[in-house]
Design a protein around this ligand. Structure first.
Ligand SMILES: Cc1cc2nc3c(=O)[nH]c(=O)nc-3n(C[C@H](O)[C@H](O)[C@H](O)COP(=O)(O)OP(=O)(O)OC[C@H]3O[C@@H](n4cnc5c(N)ncnc54)[C@H](O)[C@@H]3O)c2cc1C
Length: 397
């Protein structure tokens, strides 16, 4: 069993425990983990002009993005509280921003329903009709990829460019690039990342999102101006239309099996610890709030990390978050197999709608399980698109 001493430096912890589990050299992202950091970001949120500026790329000073995503992804900020925090902003900006929060919730619903099947095209299969283009001298692709690996962040627009290019004009191995993006994003999640790639490839709608020079000229003109290929750009035209064939998703499911409990499930036995997961690391975690005096544990899943090899940027974000929590709680942190560690405890937990959680809790039942916090109630239908989902949901705010 490998236990982390959280008061050691991040560098020492990474060297001691994570050198075989990460994909890069020690790199700090632009995000500092911790509840206080998340709270401060939310207190100072300013989405004035968001609707017009959201798609700006470079210069960075012209961007409208909130940079809240790592805190939302790890449950340091709930979608509901972010929703409430923008109540006083102009209608146009508030509506656009809240629509994006709903996209985040939609991705969680889709992942709850589809799980690992999100890796396959959802409603349309696609046959790519484009030739591979070398990106070595393309300033746009090289710059956005560098921003990803240096900072752990990309704005939505460059995520679309990157995924479009690597879905249609980089051969047939788009999942390698999806993995690459997922590993380096501090907000990387299988739900939002997979849905983003599906959206770009037309997996839901049968319509692809193309990437061409005109978008770069429009949203980040300096990238073209400084590019060797400015006048011989290999993406002057849109990618060729791909061939889409409908896929039938037959879906008949049990809400609880997919979305977890809708109310607290209590076995009657008192828990002795709270298990925190990477989806719910905030002070508002329901299991931790209900058991303020219980010790808390967090387990870096060694088997999973060995397989996916995240960037050190994400691990450092998590370590900073846990270090802050350790000042408030009796906290133990392990790098191990959660199934083995949890066997030793009677625990309470907040449900996480990810396949790994289901796998771990199948053999190690929690004594008390709290429902996941949500922006929209669980659904009992397969949504073919964001629009059809949005029409039918009931919000919790
Ligand atoms: C190919 C691709 C991959 C993506 N991968 C991820 C990912 O791994 N993790 C992730 O959280 N988001 C992902 N997104 C969605 C979106 O790009 C990011 O959430 C957003 O850029 C994060 O930056 P922000 O907080 O500054 O966003 P803002 O524009 O300020 O948005 C505020 C919040 O709304 C949510 N949001 C915004 N846009 C989207 C969207 N299109 N889909 C889902 N939620 C959204 C996020 O929670 C975000 O923090 C991806 C999008 C694409 C196209």
């Amino acid at each position: 069993m490998s236990e982390i001493i959280i008061n050691e430096s991040n560098k020492l912890i990474i060297d001691k425990h994570f050198s075989h589990l990460i994909c890069d050299e020690y790199t700090e992202s632009i995000f500092k983990g911790g509840q206080s950091q998340a709270d401060e970001k939310l207190r100072n949120i300013n989405i004035k002009g968001y609707s017009k500026k959201r798609n700006n790329v470079y210069p960075e000073t012209k961007r409208g993005s909130s940079y809240l995503s790592p805190y939302i992804r790890h449950g340091l900020l709930g979608l509901n509280e972010v929703w409430d925090a923008v109540v006083d902003f102009p209608h146009e900006d508030r509506t656009k921003f809240r629509d994006e929060l709903l996209w985040q919730e939609f991705s969680r619903h889709m992942y709850a329903i589809m799980g690992k099947k999100m890796k396959k095209m959802l409603n349309y299969s696609m046959k790519n009709n484009n030739k591979e283009i070398d990106t070595t001298e393309m300033n746009c692709i090289q710059t956005i990829q560098k921003e990803l690996t240096d900072t752990g962040y990309m704005v939505n627009q460059t995520r679309m460019w990157y995924s479009s290019h690597h879905s249609f004009r980089a051969g047939e191995n788009w999942t390698d690039y999806e993995d690459y993006m997922f590993k380096h994003l501090v907000d990387g999640s299988r739900f939002a990342n997979r849905l983003g790639w599906q959206w770009v490839m037309g997996g839901q709608t049968g319509k692809l999102y193309g990437f061409a020079q005109s978008q770069v000229k429009n949203r980040a003109p300096n990238l073209c101006r400084d590019c060797k290929l400015q006048y011989t750009c290999p993406i002057q035209t849109w990618p060729n239309e791909s061939k889409f064939e409908p896929v039938n998703q037959l879906m008949n499911f049990d809400i609880i099996e997919k979305f977890g409990p809708t109310k607290i499930i209590d076995s009657g036995t008192k828990p002795e610890i709270v298990w925190l997961t990477g989806e719910s690391l905030g002070d508002d975690d329901a299991a931790m709030k209900a058991n303020p005096n219980l010790p808390v544990i967090f387990i870096f899943d060694e088997i999973l990390l060995k397989k996916i090899k995240l960037s050190s940027k994400r691990i450092i974000f998590l370590l900073d978050t846990l270090r802050e929590l350790s000042a408030k709680k009796e906290l133990s942190i392990f790098v191990d197999d959660p199934k083995i560690i949890l066997k030793n405890y009677k625990y309470s937990v907040t449900h996480a709608c990810v396949p790994k959680y289901q796998n771990i809790t199948k053999s190690n039942h929690p004594e008390v399980e709290f429902p996941t916090s949500r922006l929209a109630e669980p659904i009992d239908f397969y949504p073919k698109s964001y629009t059809s989902w949005k029409k039918k949901i009931s919000l919790t705010v």
